[in-house]
Design a protein around this ligand. Structure first.
Ligand code: ZN
Ligand code: ZN
Length: 336
């Protein structure tokens, strides 16, 4: 094997703070005058990259190889993947199925059919232009720096963001892969102040690994579990959901799929409702549930994830009783 220094790329910009692996690969390729897929072929030979969600599917061995080519440590490179959020955001980040809070890209060959890569047009106009890890998360609906709503598609043609499909001759700018329009020039709208404050709190909590809730500290993994329990009750197909407690919130039509599949506008409403649920915790939440007659047991009907203890304790909800050894409640609580 050639000595390590012979493998290094001539131009090796390091990953930026909170940068995604796919974004960094694109910048590395551009800096060295190569198309994204050509760059990855040099590094990983025939290993498929752009026909999968590389930010949550790259194997550890590939990180070590990329480290050899860039002199950036495998640990730092792992930080650019969504795997680095395991244990803080969710227990496991799955490489292909739906992972809690992670927006899916809907990859078909090298095309992205879902708008799972959000972006802030103002951030995109600032060098270095790069994609943030946070922008792949369902609760991130605003740029807390510029206080504007994030976009999840090109406003001119409706195409999802696909850096790897832009021409290398134009790669210095943030372009839409379909209409070639400049994404940095897209119109932005100011985000809701309540949502901004709530999202800042969540971002800080994810970074620190714990979130302050009503005067105590809750591990962020448990906090996000609880928030998902509420998110599932914002809209109800039968009966009233939490959103119905607010007359001043416009209610968009919601597809009957997990909220990770919702568009940016629908998740903005979701976050506004969740922000209000967490105000004056737990008193406001109790009032809201009473006003829409939401049965507390509805918060524990979906046991694919263990219910958050802080939610059960603060709202006085009994832990679900295991009906058999095969039940999901048995998995979480064992025999009572
Ligand atoms: Zn921004
Ligand atoms: Zn476009």
């Amino acid at each position: 094997m050639a000595p390590r220094q012979h493998l290094l790329w001539r131009v090796c910009p390091g990953p930026q703070e909170d940068e995604l692996l796919s974004s960094w690969l694109h910048r590395l390729a551009t800096a060295n005058g190569l198309a994204d897929h050509t760059f990855c072929r040099y590094v990983w030979d025939m290993t498929p990259v752009w026909n999968r969600d590389i930010d949550r599917s790259v194997r550890p061995g590939l990180l070590i190889e990329l480290s050899d080519w860039t002199a950036v440590s495998p640990e730092r490179i792992k930080e650019t993947t969504l795997w680095s959020l395991e244990g803080k955001l969710t227990t496991h980040i799955r490489d292909c199925a739906i992972s809690p809070w992670v927006l899916p890209l809907g990859i078909y060959h090298r095309v992205r059919r879902r708008a799972g890569q959000q972006f802030c047009p103002i951030c995109m106009g600032i060098e270095p232009c790069y994609l943030r890890k946070t922008w792949r998360l369902a609760w991130a609906v605003a740029c807390t720096k510029h206080q504007t709503w994030l976009l999840d598609q090109c406003l001119r043609c409706g195409c999802p963001l696909m850096f790897h499909r832009t021409s290398i001759r134009q790669a210095a700018r943030a372009l839409c892969a379909c209409c070639r329009g400049n994404l940095a020039s897209l119109e932005t709208k100011p985000a809701d102040a309540e949502v901004l404050a709530f999202q800042r709190q969540i971002e800080d909590g994810l970074l620190a690994g714990d979130v302050p809730v009503a005067g105590r500290v809750v591990p962020s993994l448990d906090f996000f579990r609880g928030l998902r329990q509420f998110a599932r009750c914002v809209y109800q197909t039968r009966g009233r959901g939490l959103v119905d407690a607010f007359d001043d919130i416009a209610k968009p039509s919601i597809p009957k799929v997990r909220f990770e599949h919702w568009g940016a506008a629908q998740r903005q409403v979701l976050m506004l409702v969740l922000a209000r649920c967490m105000q004056s915790w737990p008193h406001k939440m109790r009032d809201l549930m009473a006003s829409v007659r939401l049965n507390p047991s509805q918060l524990t009907t979906d046991l694919r994830e263990r219910p958050a203890d802080w939610v059960l304790d603060d709202l006085g909800i009994r832990r679900p009783l295991p009906r058999s050894r095969n039940s999901l409640a048995f998995r979480w609580y064992g025999a009572n």
